[in-house]
Design a protein around this ligand. Structure first.
Ligand code: CA
Length: 218
């Protein structure tokens, strides 16, 4: 999953990011609402973790703003225990859940999975494509009961292709899924991920449409 983390306290953000990355998520961390807003308008995220007090403003107004812009990404508020009214306000403004600081890293992970499962647009937790069984919660793929290991980036490519199964996905959309916001995109890196996915999952699963993009052929 691609996670947008908006938190100005490095002591909270760093361990959280490491914990989620160890779980093979891609985490983009911003310390201001302004940067986070440009990011969420440019790229698609699976979930946003939102602190309420940021140096350039209030997380609640950010929340209202993006909901007004019809951005429906699930949002989990990260908030201090003594701010009950903020939590209620956040839920009323369209947040999906909240976690109380100081938080337990596994609890945050569990909440992420819960809100994503809830919002999973027509996508069930597990899907079967040809001889592959694919689990979105665990980011795992198996064939005849045997696990196939994918790197975080390979999973991101596969996930985007699966969401638009049997449609051509432009190369740029896949690159956006693979690269963190602000990263420089290396030429041919996407092709390398695609070719490793073919080697692992079956060589005709992903079809190349030259000059346009790729399609997952179910
Ligand atoms: Ca803060």
């Amino acid at each position: 999953m691609r996670i947008l983390l908006i938190e100005d306290e490095a002591a909270l953000a760093r361990p959280l990011r490491e914990h989620l990355e160890a779980d093979r998520h891609i985490v983009e961390w911003f310390t201001t609402l302004d940067e986070a807003h440009s990011a969420i308008r440019t790229l698609e995220y699976d979930v946003v973790l939102l602190d309420l007090q940021l140096p350039d403003g209030d997380g609640l107004s950010f929340l209202s703003k993006i909901r007004d812009q019809h951005i429906r990404t699930p949002i989990i508020i990260l908030t201090a225990r003594d701010k009950i009214s903020d939590r209620i306000d956040g839920l009323n403004r369209g947040a999906d859940d909240y976690v109380i600081k100081p938080f337990d890293l596994d609890e945050v992970k569990a909440r992420i999975h819960t809100v994503c499962r809830r919002s999973a647009d027509q996508m069930t937790q597990t899907t079967v494509v040809r001889d592959l069984s694919i689990c979105f919660t665990n980011h795992s793929v198996s064939r005849a009961g045997a696990d196939i290991r994918l790197t975080a980036k390979e999973w991101s490519v596969l996930e985007v292709l699966l969401r638009r199964k049997s449609k051509i996905v432009p190369k740029e959309s896949l690159e956006a899924a693979v690269y963190a916001y602000g990263d420089e995109v290396e030429s041919n890196a996407l092709e390398a991920h695609i070719s490793r996915l073919r080697a692992k999952l079956g060589k005709d699963l992903i079809v190349t449409h030259r000059g346009i993009g790729y399609m997952l052929q179910a």
